[in-house]
Design a binder for this molecule. Structure first.
Ligand SMILES: [Fe+2]
Length: 249
């Protein structure tokens, strides 16, 4: 299976830069399935229906979401109905949307799931047991997990727990790409964090002066998205060739 996974798209800058470079990215890294985390694409975080549709039109097969999944209330009905967008599977069953999207590819069915971490994020069910259920529910699919979590330890541990039982465990949420891409001993493709698709001259996609002011004053300083010097952070894997590449474009 060839998988291209694009790290958290932040704002208009990230979305426009990604769309402008999708052709180049796809020719450099031809994939059976393209996944992107889109939970920060809206100016106020979250995602709207039109933003999701534009991403899908640009070539993203499945959009994953995390802790900002429900920031845009207008998207709730779309999350319920749309087959290609997922919020964390370990959110309450009554939450809008679903946690797994199954996609047919030339190499067979692929189940893409989002899971949210339990450390320094909103309280939710345990991601490890939720992953067990996904494996049970999709026995014939190649499974890709977007583990949207803050703590590197929690991500690393989930990778080890699922090693050999799913195709990929790719971390998102911190917006900082880690240099630990590898195949785990059981054959699962893993990276702690794919990184961010947005402004490289920012603090996690936000304007530097505003982010710094928060730390200097402890006051509530609104954060606006930066649009300077966008970059695509992604990871590409060809599981048959045992190849995994960290991408910065
Ligand atoms: Fe997040």
């Amino acid at each position: 299976m060839k998988v291209l996974f694009i790290g958290d798209i932040v704002g208009k800058a990230g979305a426009e830069y990604l769309k402008a470079n999708m052709k180049k990215l796809s020719s450099l890294y031809p994939a059976d399935i393209v996944v992107a985390n889109g939970e920060n694409i809206n100016q106020k975080n979250g995602i709207t229906q039109s933003e999701a549709e534009a991403l899908h039109f640009a070539g993203i097969d499945v959009i994953t979401l995390g802790n900002h999944a429900f920031r845009q209330q207008s998207v709730y009905g779309f999350l319920d109905d749309c087959p290609y967008i997922v919020r964390p599977a370990n959110y309450p069953a009554a939450s809008p949307g679903k946690g797994v999207a199954e996609v047919k590819t030339p190499k067979g069915p692929v189940a893409v799931a989002a899971l949210a971490g339990q450390i320094d994020l909103d309280p939710t069910d345990n991601a490890f047991y939720a992953a067990d259920k996904i494996i049970k529910d999709y026995p014939d699919s190649f499974i890709i997990i977007d583990f949207h979590a803050e703590a590197t330890s929690e991500k690393n541990a989930l990778g080890c727990y699922l090693d050999g039982r799913v195709g990929c465990v790719f971390g998102t949420h911190t917006h900082v790409q880690t240099a630990d891409e590898r195949f785990l001993p059981g054959g699962t493709a893993y990276i702690t964090d794919v990184g961010m698709t947005g402004s490289s001259d920012s603090v996690l996609g936000a304007k530097k002066n505003q982010a710094v002011a928060r730390f200097l004053t402890r006051a509530f300083v609104p954060l606006e998205q930066e649009d300077k010097d966008p970059v695509i952070n992604a990871v590409y894997t060809d599981t048959e060739k045992k190849q995994i590449i960290r991408i910065k474009l």
